[in-house]
Design a protein around this ligand. Structure first.
Ligand code: F0G
Length: 333
């Protein structure tokens, strides 16, 4: 039994955006509240516990950033060495800082995430090192618990679940969780699974791998998802959809969540809400439906993007009350 306090994240009811969009029953699952700031901790704790159980001496992953931060943290907690392969220059500063702080060996690869994951698969096949990407089934066993929590909090499964898709492990894990809970009669129905990739990194939507995926949402900059088929299964079995959202749509959603709901998530996370907005614009009526958007990671992971993308002007003043009164924006008294 190991734990850094992962899971049991808040399911927050929308205070403003749901009403504005005609979705009165809209909820956000705040996975950024996990110990390393993303949903990865749910799966990593199980993967690392199982690695220990098997007598593993080291763990390894490829990552767009969050998996490496999480692996590094649990490795530190359990006194295991962690090797993390990341695409050079493509990982947000907060995530890189985490892997370094937790003491992982960070190996930068001149190549994208897909290349790094192939290398990790090859390396771990040759050496006694446990692979802790989501192709390790223990990861999904941990991640499915988020679906259990959604059902526990709502009293039943939602009608729709909106979720970002990168390597496609998480949509697979949620669907597994919802199905298991349904089988155990903890819920009376199953949600429609609505997955969203970034337009420049949307292999599942396009139906073919993308050699050079591009998007501002670096966490989901993935051209050949490992859990491709199981994401299609989740979509088809649930009667849902997997679609793409543009970087502009992602950034709009990112700004709206922060400024209108007080939810500062990272850009990849905002793909779920961006997908909801797109689906509504396309005519989907969710007025009577319970809808959950998964916010997969905290906005503090990517402070550089926040400052550049939000572009809110800061004001400099002399240190006097008068100077502040001259610029302060507040209700008229
Ligand atoms: N949101 C965030 C914040 C992520 O970090 C990821 C994946 C996803 C969504 C997509 O989840 O891959 O299960 O479909 N990040 C991985 C990483 C790839 O290396 O941290 P997925």
């Amino acid at each position: 039994m190991i734990s850094l306090g992962e899971g049991d994240t808040p399911l927050v009811k929308s205070n403003r955006l749901g009403e504005e969009l005609g979705v009165p029953e809209l909820y956000f699952k705040l996975e950024g509240c996990n110990p390393t700031g993303s949903f990865k901790d749910r799966g990593m704790v199980v993967a690392v516990a199982k690695a220990l159980e098997e007598g593993s001496k080291a763990i390894m992953c490829a990552s767009t950033g969050n998996t490496s931060a999480s692996a590094a943290a649990y490795a530190a907690y359990c006194d295991l060495p962690a090797l993390v392969l990341i695409p050079k220059g493509e990982v947000a500063m907060g995530k890189l800082a985490q892997a370094m702080a937790y003491g992982a060996q960070v190996i930068m690869v001149n190549g994208n995430f897909d290349v790094a994951l192939d290398l990790v698969r090859e390396f771990t096949a040759r050496h006694a090192v446990t692979l802790v990407n989501s192709v390790n089934p223990n990861r999904l066993e941990g991640q499915k618990t988020a679906a259990f929590e959604v059902v526990d909090d709502l009293g039943d499964a939602p009608d729709y679940l909106f979720i970002p898709v990168g390597n496609a492990g998480n949509i697979t894990a949620y669907w597994k969780g919802f199905k298991e809970y349904r089988l155990m009669e903890r819920s009376s129905r199953l949600p429609k699974m609505m997955g969203f990739q970034a337009e420049g990194a949307a292999p599942i939507v396009r139906g073919e791998p993308i050699a050079n995926p591009q998007t501002i949402a670096s966490a989901i900059r993935i051209g050949n998802p490992a859990s491709w088929q199981s994401a299609l299964d989740a979509r088809d079995e649930s009667g849902g959809a997997i679609d793409a959202v543009s970087d502009d749509e992602i950034l709009d959603a990112y700004r709206l969540l922060a400024s209108k709901e007080g939810i500062f998530c990272e850009p990849a996370s905002a793909a779920s809400f961006a997908g909801l907005v797109k689906a509504l614009r396309g005519g989907l009526n969710l007025a009577g439906e319970k809808v959950v958007c998964i916010c997969t990671g905290t906005g503090l992971k990517d402070p550089d993007l926040a400052v550049s993308a939000l572009a809110t002007k800061t004001i400099e003043v002399a240190p006097t009350v008068q100077a502040i009164e001259a610029v302060a924006q507040m209700p008229v008294e």
